[in-house]
Write a protein that binds this ligand. Structure first.
Ligand SMILES: Nc1nc2c(ncn2[C@@H]2O[C@H](COP(=O)(O)OP(=O)(O)OP(=O)(O)O)[C@@H](O)[C@H]2O)c(=O)[nH]1
Ligand SMILES: [Mg+2]
Length: 645
């Protein structure tokens, strides 16, 4: 289903044309029928025998109701530009045309109405003026069809022309998350709240739970109608009435959007490509108060250009700050008017929310970034990739090392989350993106590898310069990669899972690295932690050794930490042993227990030849590492296998 829109000056015959095409009067308000003037949006279905169908949005022509016209304008795919043959183009002909030009309406038909009122010459003149009016807009090559709703002349050929265009229109992003700007809200006796709007993208099914945004209310879809007919499902481009009985009418206003729950987060700062209306260029300021028409909402805000305002109608990077939050998706078209008077300034295509890291980039920088994204995916074969894989990859590549959740990626790629998840799994499997844990998020493969190269260089430099040291701290890794420490830690864990780094005692090192002491350090520790020939199992005081090492130099203190981490020294409480002491003690203990099956503390102390003060903690250490086992007053070996280890 597709959406056709009317546009044109007041009284040029838009509503009459809709009646002639569909048999439905779009002017539903009594006031409209009494005054013969459209005040608010009207809707009518257009169905063809071959199943092609469309909804026509009839807009008011009077300039006082432009805000209503704007609420319905987003989402139009085919424009019927209505021009009275007896009057020719008038101000709102141009204004509507410009607005729809900005909204990127793809196709148009120029409809010259009331031809029964003019002679052939006047008709030809009106046709010429109409052609002039659409020059340099999307409608410049549109067919022009002359009609009269009084005599019926031209109506059938107009219907045929509409049919051919509809048949050729592409489908509307069913893979995207549902987004329906609400343009009417009312209660129906026995049913409760109904909201209507054009489903801009995605699919809505009865039974779905959606969100009204920016209010955040959950809305359960009880049933759906498209032009009065109940349907189980509506897809992008449909004019839909959605029954959401769990929400009160008073809780919803025009301007809310009914959207998929997880993919949309209301935001107030938008990054956009702005297109100025050429006649409004002199009004533009670097920062100016504006009214923004986004979906069906009209929100005051500020338009900001990075540098000077644009000097022509070509795309210009800008930010839009809204006074109230709104939901949007990349590619959504918005209209920007001056705060007061409300002149049309231009239109804009939303790129996304302004994110913390991306300060406003100028056009040159964004062009470079776009080119980089193209290059990154140029060599990938997406032919067997799930829907949205290319979009998700662009999003992840664009955010580089800032991890993004699946929900965020879905939102920025404008792909429904369940599809985005399948796309991410595919990209992971093909090595195009990388996941980091806690929480589970994704980063770009290129950025991840580049970050590793920096961390690896810092690590190897440390190994070369301070070979006695175990490695680098997360904060040193963070400095090397230039990211915050918590992120550095997540990256380090991911590299460890890849086998590219290892960690010992909180210090990160190359997997093949073992610390080695300088000759001077070795001599220092040989002297400090000497083993006495008489008392081979006597430990040293850890505190005393640590203080002596620290007093000597920081390097020496680091070397002590390394000796402990690699197990060359073993710390038991305050007692410091060499590994050889521990190993010999284990042998001696194993021998004495093996002989008798068990040993008392006194017997073990005698074997060790030390006092109870040292023997007791050491035996508790052996218990704790699973070497021995306490059995009342006795010690046994836990198992022969472990005794050997
Ligand atoms: N003679 C003649 N009159 C027409 C024709 N089409 C519309 N009219 C008359 O023109 C007047 C305006 O028609 P509408 O269809 O209400 O015009 P509109 O463009 O919808 O007006 P707004 O919604 O107020 O902008 C009405 O009195 C119609 O009867 C036509 O083809 N021939
Ligand atoms: Mg009308």
């Amino acid at each position: 289903m597709h959406i056709i829109g009317t546009a044109g000056h007041v009284d040029h015959g838009k509503s009459s044309l809709v009646i002639a095409l569909t048999g439905h009067n779009p002017d539903r308000l009594i006031e409209e029928q009494r005054r013969g003037m459209t005040l608010d949006l009207g809707f009518a279905p257009l169905r063809y025998p071959d199943g092609i169908e469309a909804g026509i949005i009839d807009v008011p022509g009077h300039e006082r109701f432009l805000h209503n016209m704007l609420a319905g304008a987003a989402g139009m795919e085919l424009l019927l530009l209505v021009i009275d043959a007896s009057e020719g183009p008038k101000p709102q002909t141009f204004e509507h045309l410009h607005i729809l030009n900005f909204l990127n309406v793809a196709r148009a038909i120029i409809v010259l109405t009331k031809i029964d009122l003019v002679d052939a010459d006047a008709r030809a003149t009106a046709a010429e003026l109409a052609r002039d009016a659409v020059r340099a807009t999307f409608a410049q090559d549109a067919p022009l069809i002359e009609v009269s709703t009084v005599t019926g002349e031209g109506i059938e050929s107009l219907k045929a022309a509409i049919h051919d265009i509809l048949a050729a229109l592409p489908a509307r992003r069913p893979q995207a998350p549902a987004y329906l700007p609400v343009d009417r809200v009312f209660a129906l006796a026995g049913h409760g709240t109904i909201v209507t709007g054009t489903l801009m993208q995605g699919v809505i099914s009865s039974g779905d739970t959606l969100a009204l945004q920016p209010s955040g209310l959950r809305a359960r879809v009880k049933s759906l109608q498209i032009f009065g007919q109940g349907v189980a499902q509506a897809s992008g481009g449909s004019r839909v009435a959605v029954n959401i009985p769990n929400v009160e009418v008073s809780q919803i206003g025009r301007g809310e959007a009914l959207v998929a729950v997880r993919e949309f987060e209301p935001a107030r700062e938008l990054e956009v490509d702005f297109f100025a209306l050429p006649s409004a260029i002199s009004l533009l300021r670097r920062r100016m108060p504006v009214r923004v028409h986004i979906g069906s909402a009209e929100i005051p805000g500020q338009l900001r250009f990075a540098h000077a305002p644009p000097i022509d109608g070509s795309a210009c990077r800008a930010q839009v700050l809204l006074w109230r939050p709104a939901v949007f998706y990349p590619g959504l078209r918005i209209i920007v008017r001056r705060m007061s008077p409300k002149d049309l300034l231009g239109g804009a295509v939303v790129r996304g929310a302004v994110t913390g890291q991306a300060t406003m980039r100028n056009d040159e920088a964004s062009a470079t970034a776009d080119k980089a994204a193209d290059e990154l995916r140029a060599d990938i074969d997406f032919s067997d990739a799930p829907t949205g894989a290319a979009e998700a990859l662009d999003v992840v590549n664009a955010t580089s090392l800032n991890p993004l959740s699946a929900a965020r990626i879905a939102a920025r790629a404008n792909v429904a989350q369940w599809l985005a998840e399948a796309a991410l799994a595919w990209l992971l499997e093909h090595g195009r993106i990388v996941r980091v844990e806690k929480p589970l998020e994704y980063v770009s493969r290129e950025a991840f590898d580049a970050a590793f190269a920096s961390a690896d260089a810092a690590m190897r430099e440390r190994h070369a310069q301070s070979p006695w040291r175990l490695g680098i701290t997360p904060s040193e890794a963070a400095a090397a990669v230039d990211v915050p420490e918590p992120l550095a830690l997540r990256l380090l864990h991911a590299w460890r899972d890849d086998g590219r780094v290892a960690v010992r005692a909180g210090l990160w090192h190359a997997p093949d690295f073992t610390p080695s002491l300088s000759t001077a350090q070795t001599a220092f520790f040989s002297a400090q932690v000497a083993v006495s020939g008489d008392l081979p199992f006597l430990p040293h005081s850890y505190e005393a050794v640590a203080q002596a090492a620290a007093a000597r130099s920081r390097d020496t203190a680091e070397a002590l930490a390394s000796l402990l981490a690699v197990g060359a020294f073993v710390r038991v409480g305050d007692d410091l042993y060499r590994r050889s002491q521990i190993e010999k003690a284990q042998k001696a203990i194993a021998a004495v227990i093996a002989e008798k099956g068990s040993a008392t503390m006194a017997q073990l102390r005698d074997v060790l030849g030390t006092s109870r003060k040292y023997a007791l903690p050491l035996m508790e250490h052996f218990d704790s590492i699973g070497f021995t086992l306490r059995d009342g007053d006795l010690r046994r070996l836990r198992s022969t296998a472990k005794a050997r280890g």
